[in-house]
Design a protein around this ligand. Structure first.
Ligand SMILES: [Zn+2]
Length: 123
């Protein structure tokens, strides 16, 4: 394995480590109905199917809304080695929200598809 392959493997491991932060079936805050709803993972998958997660540069990711499902764009970044989101649920509870679940799932998808372009590792 040459140095480039080694670095690629390291990146892949990092992505998978982020993915493993996913927790099962937490509920999420729905901005439209203003209530807590079903499964974060289901919502996280929907965000990924709709390609809502995008890298903005400087370690910042956004989660764009899904039409007829939610309405806000949220930003996520790593602060003091913890991922944070600016949504109401995360700000209030400081626990993983559906947007962060979607981001970790995004990392997993990127790692599995070996497509590490347009993504970044935030130290
Ligand atoms: Zn969030």
């Amino acid at each position: 394995m040459n140095i480039e392959e080694f670095q690629k493997e390291q990146k892949k491991e990092n992505f998978i480590r982020e993915y493993n932060l996913i927790q099962d079936d937490l509920c999420y805050y729905d901005n439209i109905s203003k209530t807590l709803k079903g499964s974060q993972i289901t919502k996280a998958k929907a965000f990924n199917r709709n390609k809502c997660i995008q890298y903005q540069g400087n370690g910042m990711f956004i989660c764009k809304p899904i039409k007829d499902y939610n309405s806000s764009v949220y930003s996520m970044k790593k602060e003091f080695k913890e991922w944070t989101c600016n949504c109401q649920w995360f700000m209030k509870n400081r626990i993983t929200c559906s947007h962060l679940q979607a981001l970790f799932l995004f990392f997993k998808i990127k790692a599995m598809s070996n497509d590490l372009t347009n993504t970044c590792i935030v130290q």
